[in-house]
Design a protein around this ligand. Structure first.
Ligand SMILES: Cc1ncc(C[n+]2csc(CCOP(=O)(O)OP(=O)(O)O)c2C)c(N)n1
Length: 346
């Protein structure tokens, strides 16, 4: 069984028909998309300058993330993996905190009060059962929040993915599971990862809706996410939303994709660039031009430089702080590491 792919924009950005949002809404969406791109570009430069640690870029996946974040209310929760910096920025994570986080500075681990984003999960798929827990907690506390939980195509092979989806389905948890199918799990292509063509077709096995969107089409992702969020909020339970996209960039700043894939495939996807596609859509609608683009980029650069200065003003962390906030109370191994690090500094 295959699921139809929702699309509103052609690869060149021309609308396929009537769009579900008015131009001013599309403009605000584009701003968030362009802002995410700007951060990602600058982050890679900062990483090469030694000002960030290992960084997982998201180039090419901006629409799949920003579209979902735009469909959330501020009171909703975002549960991201390491890939979802674009979603986090859109859902309100300050740029300075984001820089500190990817600098591996403990002060970046404390997300500000009121920003409903769990830390970026590095252990694959562990976020899924926990996201369902957050959703259920909302129900128990009489809150009306919805949870958007992200995972990659590779992550769907983990047991946690199955357990989380089954539990969410049985208990009608208000979660939107977003699978960014970006073609790769580091060096493993999706077709070696699973025998189904679409992850979303597995939704049938859980008795929940499965939706496939063109993940490089901001309008389609936003619209599909909005419907899934509304369904979750009104008691309709979870949705499995698969965004078809591509990881243009290396897996992380430490990866060399030339070792396992050819440039040709990546070139095909570069022509479907989600940011350029949305920009062309706005130009087609007559609400965007070169001048407005330059003004926006200038504004984004000013915002980024101010955030970078703020992050740089943060005091240098003590080496032992790295083991201080893992558990509420230190276990013996942590304490030993903590004492060792303290001793090493004397
Ligand atoms: C439990 C666990 N196993 C293995 C790893 C090592 N690892 C890091 S990223 C990755 C691939 C994930 O691919 P995918 O889920 O498709 O996400 P993407 O990186 O493409 O966004 C693996 C196996 C890990 N972080 N956690």
């Amino acid at each position: 069984m295959d699921v139809d792919t929702l699309r509103y924009l052609q690869d060149d950005g021309t609308p396929l028909g009537e769009l579900p949002f008015p131009p001013e809404k599309l403009l605000s969406g584009y701003r968030a998309l362009r802002r995410a791109r700007h951060f990602d570009e600058r982050a890679l430069v900062l990483q090469r300058q030694g000002k960030l640690g290992v960084y997982p870029p998201f180039r090419g996946q901006e629409a799949a993330q920003v579209g979902v974040a735009l469909a959330l209310e501020k009171t909703d929760w975002l549960v991201p993996s390491y890939r979802e910096t674009a979603a986090a920025l859109t859902h309100g994570l300050p740029i300075a905190t984001t820089i500190l986080y990817w600098r591996a500075d403990p002060s970046g681990w404390r997300f500000p009060e009121g920003v409903r984003i769990l830390p970026f999960y590095i252990p694959i798929a562990t976020q899924i059962p926990q996201a369902v827990g957050v959703a259920q907690a909302g129900k128990y506390h009489g809150e009306n929040w919805v949870v958007a939980a992200f995972i990659g195509d590779g992550g769907t092979s983990e047991g946690d993915f199955h357990e989380g989806l089954n539990f969410a389905s049985v208990f009608g948890a208000p979660v939107v599971f977003v699978v960014q199918n970006n073609g790769w799990a580091i060096s493993v292509p999706t077709e070696k990862q699973m025998k189904v063509r679409r992850v979303a077709s597995r939704a049938q096995g859980y008795g929940i809706p499965g939706v496939v969107v063109d993940g490089n089409d901001l309008v389609a992702v936003w619209k599909a996410a909005q419907e899934a969020v509304e369904r979750a909020r009104s008691g309709g339970g979870p949705t499995l939303l698969e965004a078809l996209t591509y990881r243009i960039a290396p897996h992380t700043s430490s990866d060399d994709p030339g070792r396992y894939r050819t440039e040709e495939q990546t070139e095909v996807w570069k022509r479907k660039d989600p940011v350029m596609r949305m920009r062309r859509c706005l130009e087609y609608l007559g609400v965007w031009d070169e001048q407005r683009e330059s003004a926006l980029v200038e504004e984004l650069e000013t915002e980024l430089l101010a955030a970078l200065e703020e992050a740089d003003r943060s005091p240098e962390p003590a080496p032992w702080s790295i083991v201080e906030e893992v558990f509420a109370e230190m276990n013996p191994d942590q304490r030993a590491a903590w004492e060792y690090l303290q001793g090493g500094m004397r």
